[in-house]
Each structure stands twice: as C-alpha cells, then as structure tokens.
Design a protein around this ligand. Structure first.
Ligand code: KE4
Length: 436
C-alpha cells in the first residue's frame, strides 16, 4: 500500500463501495451495521495484526472468521500457493492435491470415511442436507435457534450469525415450501428434542447442529446434550449431522467430535481446511457418501471444487497442524484473554460472562449462564456495541456483532495479549463513564 489514506480518501472509497455493493460489502456482518459506525478497509494482514488503508493497526480476533489459524500472510501457505500458481490456477480435472486433502480429512476427522470438497460452508451444509434426505428418504430435519449453517434456503429460519444480528428471523425470498420441513428448537434443550422425536421422529432425515455454537456468540453443549442427540437420532433412524465449518480444526485438531467424543454420521467443514482460500467439504460414513453422484443418485457438483490453489493452501495449513500441536497453547491464550476481559468488565461494573473452546472464545455482556440463543439475545447489545467501537479505536478488532465468536492464531502472543487487555481497560472505563 502507498501512503496512508486520508479521511477524505477513505470516505470516497466507502461511498464507492456502497454505490456498487449492497451495504458496501460482500457479506453483511462486515458492514458494521449491527455495531454502528463505518467499517475499515484492509490494506494488509501480518501475523495477528491487520492494517487498514488509513495506516491504523489492529490485533485481529476474527482471522477471516476462522480460517487463518496460522495467522495472516503465513509463509507456510504463501509458499504452497506460489508453487502452485506457476502450474496453473484451475483445471476442472482431478489433481493429486484433492486426493491428499481428502485423505487428510479422513485421517484427522473421526466421523469422515469419505468426503466431497466444495467451495464454501454453505455449499457443504446444503449438500449434506440433500444427502441426508436422499439417504433416509425423509424431508424434515431439526436445527437449533441461533445455529447458522450458511444461507441456503432450508436453514434461513431464525439462524444465528448475520441473520440473527440483522434481526431477520426468516429472510424474504425464502419460500414457505423451502422451510416447511425445518423444525426449530432451542440449543441444549434435550427434553424438547426427545418430545418432538417421540411424536414425529420417523419423519426426520437429520438432526443438524453446530456442536459448539459459534454464531450466537460462543455457546457450549451442556453435558449429555450431544450424547442424547446421537441416541435420539439413532433410535428414530435419523442422521446426526455436525456442522463443523467453524469448529473443525478450531476447537481441536479433530474438531468438536474429537473434543467431545461424539462421532456424527455426517460432518461439514470449511474455513481452516482452505487456509484462507475457498474450500468447504461434507463427509461421513461411507455408506452414506456413496449416495453422492456420480457413484450414487444424489446430485452435487462444482466448477471450482477441489481447486488447485485452494487445496494447496488447505494442504499446507493442515499439514502444519498435523506436524505441530498448537491447541494447548491456543486454549491457554484464549482462557487468559477471556479471564482478563471478564475481570476488567467486572471491575468496571459491567456484567459479563464468557467461554472458551480450543482456539475459539466468546464474551457476552450478560451475567450468564448462556446456554442458548434465547439466553444470548438477552445480552446488553448497546453496551457491547459501545465496547466494540472503543476497542476498535484502541487497536483491537473484535467481531462486529454480539452474535459471533472470536478466533485466535498461533501468531497471537504476549504482545498481543497485553495490547488487548490494556485496550479493554480503557474501553470498559469509557463505556462505564459514558453511562455515568
Ligand atoms: P460460508 O458459506 O460463509 O463459507 O459458511 C457458512 C457457515 C456454515 N456453518 C457454520 C457453522 C458457519 O459458521 C458458517 C459461516 N460463518 C460465518 C461467521 N459467523 C461467516 C461470516 C460471514 O457470514 O461473513
């Protein structure tokens, strides 16, 4: 980037963006509409830091919403992508890199015996739902309020992430027919699931969930919840589908299914497995995945699926994660960060609670406990939004929504932690004083 952009130049760029992109962005949460104020434009990323076009630097706790567990501009990934670039960017024909990435996922994710690569988490979840419906011959499926599974029609009913943040419990343009077979219950309410399945369980293709919610803030499964879902699904001939697009390789190398010891029938993945380039995947039991075209009748396809650049990046990142074990250190940092933030907020008289799962973390402006989206929705959003802006002004980039989780990288260290907690001290005081 050349010289730092002036406020006038930034304003011109922001108005250009809003003239040609809905909300000036290519994904709603980036617009900062839920926290207020204007977003910044990124000039570059390096390690745990982002620099915007005005030359301002931030410790980044979004890491591209999960993918960048090795940090921004990781040489591990850049080297692999550069090497592939000289051989071409896309072929539309099989490559060994796709096989290598698929073999890695089979090796590392307990529930995956066979897998199909796609280009996003949305493609992965919509395809997994189709396979579950095709395999069982049933149409209904259960999801949980606040869980976000991408923007395919059947999932856009009181989803988490962008939809919950923007208060669009079911988006216009989603026909009633598309969501008629989508049942919705509160996360962690096993009795409600049991009651529903005792009455109508033989109609259900799947129980579909984020095993750790990351799209309503961070909400962990209560003891027995995942085990109970697995038993209920099995008893009624439905499939258990873990959407690990976010938790995969984030809450542990083998995802939530390894961390909690519950192996689902199908798993969806994304984010980390692409190393920052577009890769999604759905996989699971061989007998189910052999229903997928061309070997089976369930159709699914994609021009850029298994793309050489994306699989180069994904293989490089997963190979590094296989050779190293960053998860204990990542979880230690996450715990120190959340404990530090909660201590500071408490000191400022701001009720808050929070949690950690591997390299993911969350803080609610809510005294806690938060076991469901319904609990999270009662958090003090106005205070969170003020805190977010104060942190941004002090060089810390938290997710621009109270309904998101935070993500670390192996590049977050002592300097970043100290910078973050120092900023939080000032931000919390500013919020508390601002109300005085
Ligand atoms: P994508 O289509 O955005 O690659 O993945 C959809 C998806 C599916 N499942 C889970 C559990 C997810 O978290 C996501 C996407 N996550 C959001 C972050 N909350 C992406 C950020 C955004 O929408 O810009």
């Amino acid at each position: 980037m050349t010289e730092a952009q002036s406020p006038e130049a930034f304003a011109r760029l922001w108005s250009r963006a809003q003239a040609v992109l809905p909300g000036g962005v290519n994904s709603p949460v980036r617009s900062f509409r839920s926290v207020g104020g204007d977003p910044f434009f990124v000039a570059r990323g390096e390690g745990a830091w982002l620099e915007d076009t005005r030359g301002r630097r931030y410790v980044d706790y979004i890491m591209s919403w999960g993918p960048l567990i090795l940090g921004h501009a990781s040489e591990v990934i850049n080297e692999a992508v550069r090497a592939q670039l000289s051989r071409g960017t896309s072929y539309g024909a099989p490559t060994e890199a796709e096989v290598e990435l698929a073999e890695r996922l089979v090796r590392l994710v307990p529930g995956i015996e066979m897998v199909r690569l796609v280009n996003s988490g949305t493609e992965a979840t919509m395809s997994a739902l189709r396979v579950a419906r095709g395999y069982t011959g049933r149409n209904r499926f259960l999801k949980f309020t606040g869980c976000y599974h991408g923007h395919a029609d059947p999932f856009l009913v009181a989803a988490g992430s962008g939809v919950a943040t923007l208060g669009l419990p079911n988006s216009p343009g989603v026909p009633d027919a598309a969501v008629r077979d989508t049942a919705l219950l509160p996360f962690n309410d096993l009795d409600a699931v049991r009651d529903l399945f005792q009455r109508e369980g033989d109609q259900f293709a799947a129980i579909f969930l984020e095993p750790v919610m990351g799209n309503a803030g961070l909400i962990s499964p209560q003891p027995g919840f995942l085990e109970g879902l697995q038993e209920i699904a099995r008893d009624h001939g439905a499939l258990l589908v873990f959407d690990e697009v976010m938790t995969g390789f984030r809450v542990g190398r083998g995802g939530a299914q390894e961390r909690f010891g519950i192996v689902p029938d199908l798993t969806t993945l994304g984010k980390v497995i692409g190393g920052g380039l577009p890769v999604g995947a759905f996989g699971g039991r061989r007998d189910i995945m052999e229903q997928v075209a061309p070997v089976g009748p369930v159709y699914q396809a994609g021009t850029l699926s298994g793309n050489p650049l994306a699989t180069a990046a994904g293989n490089a990142q997963l190979a590094w994660l296989e050779a190293h074990d960053p998860y204990p250190a990542l979880e230690t940092y996450a715990r120190r960060l959340v404990d530090g933030l909660l201590g500071i907020l408490d000191g400022a008289g701001i009720p808050a609670s929070g949690g950690v799962e591997g390299s993911m973390f969350g803080v609610f402006f809510h005294p806690g406990p938060v076991h469901s989206y319904e609990d999270a929705a009662a958090a003090d959003l106005a205070r969170f939004n003020r805190f977010h802006r104060e942190m941004l002004e002090r060089g810390v980039f938290l997710a621009p929504s109270a309904f998101e989780a935070g993500f670390l990288s192996v590049r977050h260290g002592e300097e970043e932690l100290a910078h973050t907690l120092e900023a939080a001290q000032g931000a919390a005081e500013a919020v508390a004083n601002g109300e005085a």
